[in-house]
Design a protein around this ligand. Structure first.
Ligand SMILES: *Cc1c(COP(=O)(O)O)cnc(C)c1O
Length: 374
């Protein structure tokens, strides 16, 4: 086998993530590598931290980045917040909330699911009822934008209910951050995590997290130490805050340059403007899907993630073949269904850098060509 440098075809990434990366971010990634304790790097970390506070809409001091994908953020929030034997209410109507349950159980927590139909927002009444039946629950966990189904839950409401029942909140804002409204402080989300490759339009591999003061106190007063070395907040804060920083792990410095640039781009646009842009482009895409193909999201209006639509595959269409043809003939990637929805839906993302009219036009014309064949 002969080897040569790798040059992938350019793809339009309109699935559930990764989304395309802003060229400014790609340039930032290629800057000279520096050490993870270089004073310049510490300055960059501090800048990332404040940019992230703006993005999360929080003043939480414990706001930083983990070197790993969104799933690492999920594991970090849960492993810090939950002690073995703790009862955790997990609202689930999709694949990613089910992953939360798996992690809770691995940690030794007792997961009590609040089950919702796939493709619907979590019904706040169901959470309320479950909390009434489980007065010893300590944590409520939910997903804001359930990427597997396209449903967006009202986590402001869910969080209010959880706090009224003396639960702290762990919230997944992996797909929402940067693209849909997220208000960590106002909504009292105690531990939140996200990723770099969806709404933030950066490369994958970094997980922004934020912990409220109450969450930090809770973690510090645990009886059983955090059962993870890498994710222990108490150790991570030694690297991310204070006058003197100490080595925790070798942060992938180039990746962090990219994240910094992505957050800066978002700040330049204005986060509220970014939320609006995602909403408007989604509305345009929904109209065109309906007009040109009579295709509709499976999620009812009012419960949809603006920038990630799950569309029912029309009868008699080989959905995998269409996806494959879109990829090989149009360099266009869209997502398949996951879990219960495997084979039943296409997931179409208009996230971050891709949320614009040009992408909608490209997608519609490519889909038209492929659907005509079937
Ligand atoms: C993508 C996603 C994750 C996992 O993120 P990775 O970066 O793939 O590990 C978790 N939760 C939700 C809602 C997601 O969409």
């Amino acid at each position: 086998m002969s080897h040569k440098s790798f040059h992938p075809h350019h793809r339009i990434l309109m699935g559930p993530g990764p989304s395309n990366v802003n060229p400014r971010v790609l340039t930032a990634l290629s800057h000279a590598t520096i050490g993870h304790l270089d004073p310049q790097f510490i300055e960059l970390m501090d800048s990332i931290k404040t940019l992230l506070q703006d993005t999360f809409k929080t003043e939480n001091e414990a706001t930083f980045v983990l070197s790993g994908p969104g799933s690492l953020g999920m594991e970090a929030c849960l492993v810090n917040m939950i002690e073995p034997g703790d009862k955790v209410i997990v609202c689930t109507g999709g694949y990613f909330a089910n992953r939360m349950i798996q992690i809770v159980e691995k940690i030794g927590g007792i997961a009590v699911p609040v089950k919702e139909n796939w493709g619907r927002a979590i019904d706040p009444q169901k959470l309320e009822d479950t909390l009434k039946e489980n007065k010893d629950a300590k944590i409520a966990a939910f997903v804001h934008a359930e990427t597997s189904t396209g449903a967006l839950s009202n986590i402001k409401e869910l969080s209010k209910i959880a706090h009224a029942h003396n639960c702290m909140v762990v919230a997944d804002v992996v797909t929402s951050l940067g693209a849909a409204e997220v208000q960590v402080d106002e909504w009292q989300l105690d531990a939140v995590y996200s990723c770099s490759q969806k709404g933030l339009a950066c490369v994958a591999g970094m997980a922004p997290v934020s912990f409220s003061e109450k969450a930090v106190d809770h973690i510090k007063s645990r009886k059983i130490p955090v059962q993870s070395w890498f994710n222990d907040l108490n150790l991570l804060t030694g690297y991310w805050s204070g006058q003197k920083r100490s080595y925790h792990h070798t942060a992938p410095s180039n990746q962090y340059y990219g994240l910094h640039e992505a957050l800066l781009i978002l700040k330049e646009e204005g986060i509220e403007n970014a939320w609006r842009r995602h909403k408007e482009n989604s509305a345009k895409l929904i109209l065109r899907l309906k007009d040109e193909f009579n295709l509709e999201p499976i999620v009812p209006a009012g419960e949809r993630i603006p920038h990630l639509l799950a569309i029912k595959v029309p009868e008699g269409i080989d959905e995998a073949q269409v996806r494959s043809d879109l990829l090989t003939k149009h360099n266009l990637e869209i997502g398949a269904g996951l879990g219960e929805l495997a084979g039943k839906v296409w997931r179409i993302g208009l996230m971050g850098y891709n949320s614009n009219e040009k992408m909608i036009d490209y997608f519609i014309s490519a889909l038209k060509k492929e659907l005509h064949k079937h």
